[in-house]
Design a protein around this ligand. Structure first.
Ligand code: NAD
Length: 244
């Protein structure tokens, strides 16, 4: 696989899966624009740039539509276009449904679904003009299986599948593919927040007997953005060790 000559925008790339996708893309020769609501550390930038790729970075909250428009415009002005978009930024606010507060519902919808809408809306025009583009949305196994305590989160991750499939049908003739990757339980700060009992319960459901690594997701995302995947659109790649 080779992503030379491409510019990729990755959201939530300051750590975890997003950061690892950025590092993988850099190894494959892509230039990068990475955004995160928290400041992106110099270590992350150094790790990416050691591959000789250009990397722009911005502190950006994907729920802020005006800021999203302004940052995407800056990236396009600097780079000439965006060829790959990875909608990775996401949050959890877990609680059993009976106890879930309206704010917990709304915040998770705002980042995981509205954020994807704002960023994709800002980017899609440039992809249509280029007559090419790759969009990958990061969903989750719990969008398919459901999970107690995650009615809000799993709703957004299923919602992203409808988003992916519908948009793929709208923009296919413009040379743009839209796919989703649905990770299982991946070793990042999101899952390190689970207690030992919760982690053991999850492990017992994974036929491959281990949590996934962020690299497992980055490899799948890289494939879907490569030339090798040019005839794949509107689909979901499950990367979950067989748990679903
Ligand atoms: P993480 O919490 O380590 O990283 C998420 C990043 O997104 C953080 O850097 C955070 O600052 C950023 N972010 C959060 N809200 C944002 C906002 N409003 N605007 C911009 N950036 C924002 O999580 P992760 O495990 O790396 O998860 C990445 C994606 O993968 C998420 O969409 C998550 O739902 C999904 N996912 C993770 C797992 C897992 O097991 N870790 C499983 C399935 C799906």
């Amino acid at each position: 696989m080779n992503l030379k000559g491409q510019t990729a925008l990755i959201t939530g790339a300051g750590r975890g899966i997003g950061k690892t996708i950025a590092a993988k893309f850099a190894k494959l020769g892509s230039d990068l624009a990475i955004v995160d609501m928290n400041p992106i550390s110099n270590n992350v930038l150094r790790e990416i740039e050691q591959n000789g790729t250009k990397c722009l970075s911005y502190q950006l909250d994907v729920t802020d539509v005006d800021e999203v428009d302004s940052v995407v415009k800056k990236i396009i002005d600097e780079t000439g276009g965006i060829h790959i978009l990875v909608n990775n930024a996401g949050i959890t606010q877990d609680n059993l449904f009976m106890r879930m507060k309206p704010e917990q519902w709304l915040q998770v919808i705002d980042v995981n679904l509205n954020g994807v809408f704002h960023v994709t809306k800002a980017v899609i025009r440039t992809m249509v003009k280029q007559h090419s583009g790759r969009i990958v949305n990061i969903s989750s196994v719990v969008g398919f299986s459901g999970n107690p305590g995650q009615v809000n989160y799993s709703s957004t991750k299923s919602g992203l599948i409808g988003f992916t499939k519908s948009l793929s049908r709208e923009v296919g003739t413009r040379g743009i593919t839209v796919n989703a990757v649905a990770p299982g339980f991946i070793n990042t700060s999101m899952t390190q927040a689970l207690n030992e009992n919760q982690q053991q319960a999850i492990l017992s459901q994974i036929p491959l007997g281990r949590m996934g690594e962020a690299e497992d997701i980055a490899n799948a995302v890289a494939f879907l953005t490569s030339d090798e995947a040019s005839y794949i659109t509107g689909t979901v790649l499950h990367v979950n060790g067989g748990m679903y």
